[in-house]
Write a protein that binds this ligand. Structure first.
Ligand SMILES: Nc1ncnc2c1ncn2[C@@H]1O[C@H](COP(=O)(O)OC(=O)CCCC[C@@H]2CCSS2)[C@@H](O)[C@H]1O
Length: 337
């Protein structure tokens, strides 16, 4: 096994490193990568980002939103969460065999005194039936990775707040995350280890997985300047790019209705690849202009705060709707009440 040290905390970079190692480091030896992310939501490959996150909350708290290659549901990461990733050749028997890759981690946890840790169901690690680790896999061109989270000391409130589904009705063909009771590992560690940092926890797990007493004994590969050049490309092209993180979502519909002093407004949007593909506005308001003009102005706009705000600000709302403000229209289309 080869260990690739990594102290990066940016989820866009971390997922790029993992993707790069999968594509380019063609070795038969399993590679072990760890990463710790700043507050972020990591969306499953086939999910609808718009549906999985609380966008207003995410914007207010500067939480990253990044889509990964592996399937499964959305998870929340912060600096109290350690992610591990085994990158290996795909022998054809390991895909969906979660036990194969979670076993070394579960054993490491047992060695550290977390006795109750075990695999439950398809892809969860639990203690007392409470989840502390979600796992997923991705396979391409004869190579695969199996990765998982380890909630050592995450902010559990944030897990709920950031992942809260938007209140407005969004119909989608995406896969919904399974909501489960979560726990941190920390309270289950022996008392003398409960003040461990996430990095110290990582180093312990590393030693246990390699079965050695010191980091010097771990077979290590340091990323080179050339590796970094490639990793930056992956970051820009995918994980740092709105089109991948949001635009890749399945098509969905948004329906918003509100009664204003000028009458009711009912907006129906169809969003494809993250952009408004169709817009219909109904209601009993008295408009001067043809509402079709407004619908056409909305078409092609990204269903995203800044772009949408720019477009809505150019609309002469008084002409089309009567006594209301551009902000009212924006909030109706986008914000959560
Ligand atoms: N960090 C973390 N760890 C464990 N469980 C979590 C976490 N965040 C949220 N959840 C819970 O899991 C469900 C989603 O479970 P679900 O089974 O739908 O999805 C997963 O587990 C996917 C795991 C992906 C792991 C990757 C590893 C490196 S990058 S991300 C969510 O609704 C919460 O209840």
């Amino acid at each position: 096994m080869i260990y690739v040290p990594n102290e990066n905390n940016d989820p866009r970079v971390n997922l790029a490193i993992e993707n790069y190692l999968l594509d380019k480091m063609k070795t038969d030896e399993p590679i072990l990568l760890f990463y710790i992310n700043e507050p972020s939501i990591i969306i499953g490959r086939n999910q609808n980002t718009f549906e999985e996150i609380n966008q207003d909350y995410v914007d207010e708290h500067g939480i990253h939103v990044v889509r990964r290659l592996s399937g499964g549901g959305a998870v929340y990461h912060d600096l109290g969460n350690l992610n591990y990733s085994f990158i290996t050749p795909d022998d054809g028997n390991s895909f969906r065999n979660f036990a194969r890759f979670t076993e070394p981690v579960v054993n490491a946890l047992h060695d550290m005194g977390v006795e109750g840790a075990r695999l439950k169901g398809r892809n969860d690690l639990v203690i007392d039936d409470m989840k502390f680790s979600g796992n997923a896999m991705y396979s391409t061109n004869g190579r695969m990775y199996a990765h998982g989270t380890l909630m050592l000391d995450s902010d559990k409130n944030e897990v709920t707040n950031a992942l809260k589904v938007r209140k407005d009705k969004i119909e989608s063909k995406g896969i919904k995350s399974i909501r489960s009771r979560v726990t941190n590992i920390k309270p289950f560690l022996p008392e003398e280890n409960q003040d461990m940092t996430t990095e110290e926890f990582r180093n312990e797990i590393l030693l246990k997985i390699f079965g050695v007493d010191s980091v010097d004994e771990v077979n290590t590969y340091e990323l080179t300047e050339d590796d970094w050049k490639n990793i930056k490309e992956y970051t820009n092209k995918y994980y740092g790019n709105w089109d991948w993180n949001y635009g890749h979502s399945p098509e969905f519909n948004v329906e918003r209705y509100e009664r204003f002093s000028i009458g009711s407004i009912d907006i129906r949007l169809n969003v494809k690849e993250g952009k408004i593909a169709n817009a219909k506005i109904y209601g009993d308001f008295f408009g001067l202009g043809d509402i079709k003009d407004v619908e056409e102005q909305l078409i092609g706009t990204k269903y995203e705060r800044e772009d949408l705000k720019k477009v809505v600000d150019t609309i002469d709302v008084k002409k089309y709707f009567g006594d209301m403000e551009n902000e009212d229209l924006f909030n109706l289309i986008y914000s959560i009440k």
